[in-house]
Unconditional design. Structure first.
Length: 451
């Protein structure tokens, strides 16, 4: 079977009240369209077709990693019109699965089951029973033959009796190109919104003695559509709750899982403990026995086994080695690599730096654009002065260096192996290894001084 997927993403998204295209709003750190693309791709279709409005064509560049045939719907004349734009590029006998880009939690296993559900039919519709069906098209089943849908009635066209129906259209429809062509060509826009509703193909099919068959799914949560910010929040909460349950089941210990947020692709090892108010963003990997304490944000980073990240720490785009101690109140900015057993303490900021094993910077320090060796002790208040107002320069600190408190290293500079820097020094010049550098004004004593 040659399967083609059509994803509708051209709608205005007026109800979001936002300048951002609706399908670019994020759930769990990824755009809604990306979620649908991920599920679509898992079905190994022969094509993925996305219908966009020309006004939001710029979003295409965010999806370079996907093999997508883009289609442009110049005016948002309705879901039937959007599908109609794609059909000429597909072969008559091919199968089509229609998805809406505003249904981000749709799961590929359910789609697979839906596609392979094989009653005799011309069109299949995935439906769901919703306690709050407001806004959805309602499913009207044929009285005589309940396994047949006779009509889908949109909220705006429904009477009070029809509005009481809880079975809703998910928007997910499966058919073939020739059937869709013949049905969509007859859809009219004589309704309150003056739109060509894709859902009208159901009553048209019935007039043509075609069979429209429902598959009623129990997976309510994964089939919710997002039209406004309330539904976006609701969907986000479902997504988060699914992730929390997944990690708890997998053995992660969480103090208060409701306050832990997963906004991206997170991998977690064994015996990991996560306290409260923690956000993971992007690609995050936590090794075994990692401890993440409260009020911490970790973005696009690897935290290796045995490392403890203490409260109020932010780590971004970096690699943290095994058995490190980071925080409290530490900030690891992008492009840092910390090797094993590194200690980064309170009020320490590290940026674009490589720090080798057993090195410690425990208090009030800025390390930027630096390469720091093994067993280095960086005293309190040390600053690598990396910026001259125009350019950034590198600081190299070799193994076994001791840097006394409140010292500044004026980059570019190399501090050779074994050097000791006296507290309060401003180091401007390179030196030989194993030297003691003292670069501060001498103390003067004026006896019996009168103020
Ligand atoms: C639609 C269905 C409704 C269903 C619900 C499920 C229709 C007429 N109604 O309603 O039966 O219960 O989804 O969530 O299909 N789009 C385009 N071009 C257009 C119009 C819409 O690409 O001209 C896209 C939108 O970007 C969106 C999707 O189609 O991704 C659905 O459109 P939307 O306006 O959200 O339809 P609903 O009112 O939610
Ligand atoms: Ca919708």
């Amino acid at each position: 079977m040659s399967l083609n997927i059509i994803i509708l993403a051209a709608g205005k998204g007026k109800r979001m009240h936002s300048s951002l295209p609706k399908v670019m709003h994020k759930v769990g750190g990824k755009s809604m369209l990306e979620h649908v693309l991920i599920s679509a791709k898992k079905l190994n279709p022969s094509s993925i077709n996305v219908v966009l409005s020309p006004k939001i064509e710029s979003i295409k560049k965010s999806f370079g990693g996907y093999d997508i045939a883009w289609h442009s719907q110049s005016e948002q004349k309705g879901t039937a019109d959007a599908v109609k734009i794609v059909l000429p590029s597909l072969k008559e006998d091919e199968k089509v699965l229609i998805l809406y880009a505003d249904t981000p939690l749709i799961d590929s296993d359910l789609l697979d089951k839906f596609i392979n559900y094989m009653p005799k039919s011309d069109v299949k519709v995935l439906t769901v029973n919703l306690q709050k069906p407001f806004g959805y098209g309602r499913i009207i089943r044929e009285q005589a033959e309940v396994e047949i849908i006779s009509k889908i009635i949109e909220e705006t066209e429904a009477d009070d009796l029809q509005k009481n129906i809880k079975e809703c259209n998910t928007g997910i429809i499966f058919s073939d190109v020739s059937t869709l062509n013949s049905l969509i060509s007859e859809v009219k826009n004589d309704n309150s919104k003056k739109e060509f509703y894709l859902t009208d193909i159901v009553s048209i099919a019935n007039l043509k003695n075609m069979m429209v068959v429902p598959l009623l799914s129990k997976e309510t949560n994964s089939l919710l559509g997002v039209n406004d910010k309330l539904q976006l929040e609701e969907t986000e909460q479902i997504y988060q709750s699914n992730n929390r349950k997944k990690f708890l089941r997998q053995g992660v210990t969480m103090l208060d899982s409701k306050s832990v947020f997963f906004k991206g692709d997170v991998e977690i090892g064994e015996d990991v403990e996560i306290e409260a108010n923690v956000i993971f963003e992007g690609n995050v990997k936590l090794g075994d026995k990692v401890q993440i304490k409260s009020n911490t944000i970790i973005k696009n980073s690897v935290i290796s086994s045995g490392t403890e990240v203490k409260p109020y720490t932010i780590i971004e785009d970096s690699l943290v080695g095994k058995n490190c101690n980071i925080g409290p109140f530490a900030r690891i900015r992008p492009n840092c690599t910390l090797e094993e057993s590194v200690g980064i303490g309170n009020f320490v900021e590290v940026k674009a730096s490589n720090i080798k094993k057993n090195t410690k910077a425990n208090h009030l320090t800025y390390l930027g654009d630096s390469d720091i060796g093994e067993n280095v002790n960086v005293g309190a208040g040390v600053i690598t002065c990396n910026y001259d107002g125009v350019n950034k320069h590198k600081t190299v600190i070799k193994d076994n260096v001791f840097i006394g408190s409140d010292s500044q290293l004026i980059a570019p500079i190399i501090v050779e192996e074994g050097v000791t820097i006296a507290a309060g020094s401003t180091i401007t010049d390179n030196s030989e290894k194993d030297s003691l550098l003292i670069a501060r004004s001498r103390q003067q004593e004026k006896k019996n001084w009168k103020r």
